[in-house]
Design a protein around this ligand. Structure first.
Ligand code: FES
Ligand code: FES
Length: 151
């Protein structure tokens, strides 16, 4: 079935089953491989994208549920004010270790900063709690979010 989707400011037509996860469409159909597969069950946050600015797990979001919503992925989040601040802070603080979880971390952090420019520690904790990092970069993630908020 054909679906028209808005991704990173462009319109795409994709021909997939309606229950296909957005993650597979992004990676396998549109070739946007920055969004990662981790658990496939909304438990790790590796697949986080923005849907109308809100963080969402692409692994459990079916393509037929998206409608006309605007999807933003790690490939384009740097074009937003919050995304640019977060990415600069990530580089300054050298946050990533293996890097696998980091696009999801950045997407959650950018959504947080866009909705709450000066988050408290507890707000950061709450917003980032669904993003798992097996390398344990949590301290640098928090430092980078605070740096971005102060910039
Ligand atoms: S792959 Fe989607 S939350 Fe883990
Ligand atoms: S940097 Fe390796 S899983 Fe997070």
């Amino acid at each position: 079935m054909a679906f028209t989707m808005r991704v990173n400011g462009a319109t795409h037509s994709v021909d997939v089953d309606g229950d296909t996860p957005l993650l597979w469409v992004l990676r396998d159909v549109l070739g946007m491989t920055g969004t990662k597969f981790g658990c496939g069950m909304a438990l790790c946050g590796a697949c986080t994208v923005h849907i109308d600015g809100a963080p969402a797990r692409a692994c459990i979001t079916s393509v037929d549920s998206i409608g006309t919503s605007e999807i933003t992925t790690i490939e384009a989040v740097g074009a937003t004010d919050a995304g640019a601040k977060i990415q600069k802070a990530w580089l300054d603080r050298e946050v990533p270790q293996c890097g696998y979880c980091q696009s999801g971390q950045i997407m959650s952090a950018a959504a947080l900063l866009a909705s709450n420019p000066h988050p408290t520690d507890s707000a950061i904790e709450e917003a980032m709690s669904g993003n798992i990092c097996r390398c344990g970069t949590y301290v640098r993630i928090r430092q980078a979010i605070k740096q971005a908020a102060a910039s």
